[in-house]
Design a binder for this molecule. Structure first.
Ligand SMILES: [Zn+2]
Length: 476
C-alpha cells in the first residue's frame, strides 16, 4: 500500500508485465488529503500470453490511473475504488482474445471509473457504483461470441452509470440496474441461440434511458423506459428467433426492481441433471391476471393473416383452444368464454391501448424473430402479484405458420404451430416465466415437457410444471 499525505504527486508505473505463466497479482493503495481519503484495490489473474501496462498518479487525497491489457486465454481483472461515502467497482473476466483499457480518477468525495472491453470467446464485464443510498450496475456477457463494451460509473453525492455494448454469440446478456433506497429500475436484454444485442443504457436516480436492440431490431427505447419509470411497473418483450440451424429466444425487459432483486447475480455454469416433467418445473414472473372479469383476447384478421394462407376462423380456434387449455386446469375463469374476438381494427404491439391483440406482421427489421409477446403490467398489486394491463402477441409473416397439427409435426422447424406458440405466449400473459432463461444449474431449465420451455416440437398440452405453476397463481 502506498499512502501519500504530503501533496507531492507520485507516479507509479507497474510496467508492462510479460508473465511466464498465469499469475495472480493484488495491489492496494490509497491517498489522503484535506478532502478525505481514497483507496484503490486491484486483482489481476492473467494468462501467460497477456501483457499489461498500468500508470497510476497519486496526489493529496486523489488518484488517477490508466491500464491497458491484451492477451488470450483466461484473464480476470477486478478494480475497486472507495472514498468517504462512495464506492466503484469494475471487473472483467474472459476466456479468449481480449483487449481492455480502464481509467479511473477519484478523490475522497467522488470518483469515476471506465472500462472498455473487447474480445472473442466467453467474456463478462461488470461496472458498478454505490453512494450513501444509490447504486448502479451495468453488465454485459457473451458466450462463444464477440463483444465490444464501454462501461463507466461515477459516484460521490449521487451515482450514475452507462454502457454502450455490442455483442454477438450463442448466449448474450446486457443489463443495467439503478436503485435508490429499496427500489429502482432494471433494463435487460438476453439472447439464447446465435444472435446479436446492441444496447446503450444510461442510469441514475432509479431511471434508465437508452435503447436495446436484438438482431438489429430496437425492442425497447427511451420512451418505453420513461413510461415504465414514471407510470407502469414493467414491459417485457420476449420471443422466438431463428438462430443458426435451430430456434433461439430473446427477451428484453424494463421493470422496477427491489434492491434485493438487483443484487441477484446472473451466473451461468456447467449443466446438470434436469427435472423430467416435474410439477416443480415452473417459474412465475411476478404478475398475473388480477381482474375478476375474464381477459378478452383479440385476433387481428387482416391481409397479413390471409396472405400467410391462414384462415381467420382456424386461427381463432387455435388461439381459443390455447386459452382454454390454461383455463381448463384452474378453477378461475381466466379467459372470456366467448372465445377470441376477431377484429381487424385492433393492433398488436401497441402496449398502451389496453387491448390484448394477437396479430401477424411482416417484421422487416426483425428477420430472426418468429413471434414475441409484449406484456405491460402495473399496479394494483393483489396478494403480491402485479396486475397484467395488456399483453400483445406478434407473429412474424417471414416464417410459415399452420393451424394443422400434422403439417406442424411433419415440418418441424420450418412451419410453426400457431397453437403451440400461442399456448406458450399466453403462459406469459398469465404470469409464468420461461424455463430456458433460468441458470443452467437450475434443474427446471432442461425440463422440455413444459410449454414454458423453448419450442422444440409442436406441443398443445401442458406439462405438470405448467399446471402446478398456473394453479399456484390462480388456484386448483
Ligand atoms: Zn417465452
Amino acid at each position: 500500500m502506498i499512502v501519500n499525505k504530503n501533496g507531492v504527486g507520485v507516479c507509479l508505473l507497474l510496467a508492462a508485465l510479460f508473465l511466464p505463466m498465469a499469475h495472480a497479482i493484488s495491489v492496494s493503495y490509497g491517498s489522503s488529503g484535506y478532502s478525505g481519503s481514497v483507496s484503490v484495490s486491484e486483482t489481476y489473474k492473467l494468462d501467460d500470453s497477456t501483457a499489461m501496462a498500468e500508470t497510476t498518479d497519486l496526489s493529496s487525497g486523489a488518484v488517477s490511473q490508466s491500464t491497458s491489457l491484451s492477451g488470450t486465454g483466461l484473464n480476470l481483472v477486478t478494480k475497486s475504488v472507495s472514498g468517504g461515502a462512495y464506492g466503484i467497482e469494475a471487473a472483467a473476466q474472459s476466456y479468449g482474445a481480449l483487449g481492455m483499457s480502464t481509467a479511473l480518477s477519484a478523490s475522497g468525495t467522488s470518483g469515476g471509473m471506465s472500462q472498455s472491453v473487447s474480445g472473442a470467446g466467453n467474456i463478462a464485464a461488470v461496472s458498478a457504483g454505490t453512494s450513501v443510498s444509490d447504486a448502479v450496475c451495468n453488465i454485459a456477457q457473451v458466450e462463444n461470441g464477440l463483444i465490444s463494451t464501454a462501461q463507466s460509473t461515477t459516484s460521490g453525492g449521487s451515482v450514475s452509470g452507462a454502457q454502450s455494448t455490442s455483442l454477438e454469440g450463442e448466449i448474450g446478456v446486457v443489463g443495467s440496474i439503478s436503485t435508490t433506497g429499496d427500489s429502482g429500475m432494471a433494463v435487460t436484454g438476453e439472447i439464447i441461440g446465435e444472435g446479436k444485442i446492441d444496447a446503450d443504457l444510461c442510469s441514475s436516480d432509479t431511471s434508465i434511458t437508452g435503447q436495446v436492440s436484438v438482431d438489429g431490431t430496437r425492442w425497447m427505447d427511451s420512451q418505453d423506459m420513461s413510461i415504465v419509470g414514471s407510470n407502469d411497473f414493467g414491459i417485457v418483450v420476449e420471443g422466438l428467433r431463428v438462430a443458426g440451424d435451430g430456434i433461439g429466444t430473446f427477451s428484453v425487459n424494463a421493470a422496477h426492481v427491489s434492491t434485493a432483486d438487483a443484487r441477484k447475480s446472473n451466473v451461468r455454469t456447467n449443466a446438470m441433471t434436469y427435472y423430467q416433467n416435474s410439477p416443480l418445473s415452473y417459474t412465475t414472473t411476478g404478475w398475473r391476471w388480477n381482474r375478476a372479469s375474464p381477459l378478452v383476447l383479440y385476433l387481428k384478421a387482416d391481409s397479413n393473416l390471409a396472405s400467410e394462407g391462414l384462415n381467420s376462423n382456424s386461427v381463432r380456434e387455435a388461439l381459443t383452444s390455447a386459452a382454454d387449455t390454461w383455463d381448463g386446469v384452474t378453477s378461475r375463469n381466466l379467459f372470456y368464454d366467448g372465445g377470441v374476438i376477431v377484429d381487424s381494427r385492433k393492433n398488436a404491439d401497441n402496449p398502451y391501448d389496453g387491448y390484448s391483440v394477437h396479430a401477424w406482421k411482416y417484421l422487416s427489421l426483425a428477420p430472426s424473430a418468429l413471434a414475441y409477446s409484449r406484456t405491460r403490467y402495473g399496479y394494483p398489486k393483489v396478494n403480491g402479484y402485479y396486475t397484467v394491463l395488456e399483453s400483445d402477441v406478434s407473429y412474424n409473416t417471414r416464417y410459415s405458420w399452420t393451424t394443422d397439427w400434422s403439417t406442424a409435426v411433419n415440418n418441424n422447424g420450418r412451419i410453426f404451430d400457431v397453437q403451440t406458440v400461442a399456448l406458450h405466449e399466453l403462459g406469459h400473459t398469465l404470469g409464468l416465466g420461461d424455463l430456458y432463461t433460468l441458470p443452467s444449474t437450475d434443474p427446471r431449465r432442461g425440463d422440455y415437457s413444459q410449454i414454458m420451455n423453448s419450442y422444440n416440437d409442436p406441443q398443445r398440452t401442458l406439462g405438470s410444471g405448467d399446471i402446478a405453476g398456473i394453479r399456484k397463481l390462480y388456484g386448483i
